[in-house]
Design a binder for this molecule. Structure first.
Ligand code: SF4
Ligand code: SF4
Length: 138
């Protein structure tokens, strides 16, 4: 889940779609910040957020219902993969994984890079101020 104000606050799909694994020392019993009690071991080097190493992943720290009002119960202590996962469209960059997680819950993709390119391609020196052939993404 991303850390900016954005649609993540009414989504949470990535927290209930992927296995969230990270280096074991990110947990607080090894000097890190992630509450170890909310993790489970994967192997000698990795841990996962509890609930995510499953055929139907759902992080134990996710509060609320996916697609509704959600939050991360350990936001300030969340592991690296959560900090690095961006919502699609953040900084103008698409994230297919965000789209895929959202699709699992019937939520539409957030960003269409192609739409921006197509719209901009219509702009030309000879175009009128109010061209009737430019479509609005809205
Ligand atoms: S799936 Fe995308 S929009 Fe939803 S919470 Fe994760 S990063 Fe945010
Ligand atoms: S730790 Fe927080 S941000 Fe990471 S998967 Fe769990 S609920 Fe989502």
């Amino acid at each position: 889940m991303s850390d900016n104000f954005n649609p993540c606050m009414t989504c949470g799909a990535c927290c209930a779609h992927f296995r969230v694994s990270f280096y074991w020392a990110e947990a607080d019993d090894a000097g890190g910040a992630v509450p170890a009690a909310l993790t489970e071991p994967l192997n000698l080097f990795l841990r996962a957020m509890r609930g995510t190493n499953s055929a139907a992943p759902h992080c134990v720290a996710l509060q609320g219902e996916v697609g509704g009002c959600v939050s991360c119960g350990i936001y300030a202590q969340r592991p690296t993969p959560c900090r690095e996962f961006s919502m699609s469209g953040e900084n103008g960059i698409a994230n297919e994984a965000c789209d895929r997680a959202r699709a699992r819950y019937g939520l539409p993709p957030l960003f269409h890079a192609a739409l921006t390119m197509i719209t901009e391609s219509y702009v030309s020196p000879g175009a009128s101020d109010r061209p009737d052939h430019v479509q609005s993404p809205g």
